[in-house]
Design a protein around this ligand. Structure first.
Ligand SMILES: Cc1cc2nc3c(=O)[nH]c(=O)nc-3n(C[C@H](O)[C@H](O)[C@H](O)COP(=O)(O)O)c2cc1C
Length: 331
């Protein structure tokens, strides 16, 4: 990373940010990557699938493993186990997941309304991991009536957490409404450790607006699923240099590469391609003539079918439309 450059983080996304996608985003300019959230219990049960979630390649460094759980000692043991297994550059604790299967086990955002437990979790993990840095990802609060991100961030800083990513929504909001960057700005002003802003960054322009919150870095999630080049675009916008959006051919080339890598890693083409269908929906959002395209991709089951769909799409789209910058609108 060049000096003075504001780091860009790929947001952890369960079922999305595996090693293949993380590597793509790194290549397009993401500076810091994290695994999707991994259950501390899964680690302690030495579950093979869980083990797969924490693995990464040297290319992905600096790389963090994100853990969730509600039991301080178990989370601390799980963190030590992960450090032993894969030697990440940092451990990240998830205090933001709104999913009920996580919240009902006192993990994720449940801890936002139990500050004493949140502090115990942070203390235990920081102690267990030292000298490896421990970071945290939070939401701004449980619901609109209990926005407590400043208090939470101060507790976490006191516990020795070294960096906090703040998703500007409450747990109750899920993914609805807009991220509240004023709260993110208050958090950034209230602690000395770096605060990373997250929520609804969709292009270079939104990123330029958002850095005014005084954050030390930006984290991007859903927009990268449609457009991994967003990291290149945001860097260009922050540095004030021109940016040229990728052509339709380049976008398809990247989609093919992603699909080929998934098939190679799963060794079952149909299974891998079925798993890619929702990703193909994200990749093709905003492409010209998207409706018929997306309908054919919704049933794709092989690389050969994918290639046929791509060839037909490219042959039907006039060159001017293909080079138009696609919209970064997200779901
Ligand atoms: C499919 C999906 C999975 C997610 N999984 C995680 C996760 O494992 N850990 C986490 O901290 N946040 C998770 N998030 C939240 C994102 O990291 C991020 O905070 C959120 O999407 C807002 O950022 P964005 O507007 O840039 O997408 C997930 C979000 C999505 C859409």
């Amino acid at each position: 990373m060049e000096k003075g450059h504001l780091p860009l983080f790929l947001a952890p996304m369960a079922g999305v940010t595996n090693s293949i996608f993380r590597t793509i985003c790194k290549e397009k300019g993401a500076d810091i990557l994290t695994t999707e959230f991994v259950s501390a219990d899964g680690i302690m049960h030495r579950n093979a699938r869980t083990r797969g979630y924490v693995e990464f390649t040297p290319l992905e460094r600096p790389m963090g493993v994100q853990l969730f759980g509600g039991d301080p000692e178990r989370l601390a043991e799980a963190a030590q186990q992960v450090i032993d297994w894969v030697k990440p550059d940092f451990i990240d604790i998830n205090f933001g997941c709104p999913a009920s299967k996580v919240v009902c086990r006192n993990g994720g955002s449940a801890l936002l309304r139990d500050c004493p437990l949140l502090e115990k979790v942070a203390n235990a993990v920081v102690r267990a991991c030292a000298p490896l840095p421990v970071t945290a990802k939070i939401r701004i609060g449980w619901d609109a009536a209990s926005i407590n991100a400043v208090q939470t961030a101060q507790l976490l800083e006191g516990a020795g957490i070294r960096r906090i990513a703040v998703h500007g929504r409450t747990k109750a909001q899920g993914y609805s409404g807009e991220a509240d960057w004023e709260v993110i700005a208050s958090v950034a002003a209230s602690v000395l450790i770096p605060v990373i802003g997250n929520g609804d960054i969709v292009d270079g322009e939104t990123a330029r607006k958002r850095i005014k919150a005084g954050v030390s870095g930006l984290m991007i999630g859903r927009a990268a699923m449609t457009n991994p080049w967003i990291f290149t675009e945001v860097k260009a916008a922050l540095e004030g240099i021109p940016y040229t959006a990728p052509s339709l051919e380049m976008r398809w080339e990247l989609v093919r590469r992603h699909c080929f890598a998934e098939v190679a890693s799963k060794r079952d083409e149909r299974f891998a391609m079925q798993g890619m269908r929702s990703r193909l929906m994200a990749y093709t959002r905003g492409m010209p003539a998207a409706r018929p395209l997306r309908s054919s991709l919704s049933g794709v089951g092989s690389l050969m079918e994918l290639d046929t769909i791509i060839a037909s799409h490219l042959s039907e789209i006039p060159e001017e439309a293909a080079s138009l910058e696609h919209s970064s609108n997200i779901v």
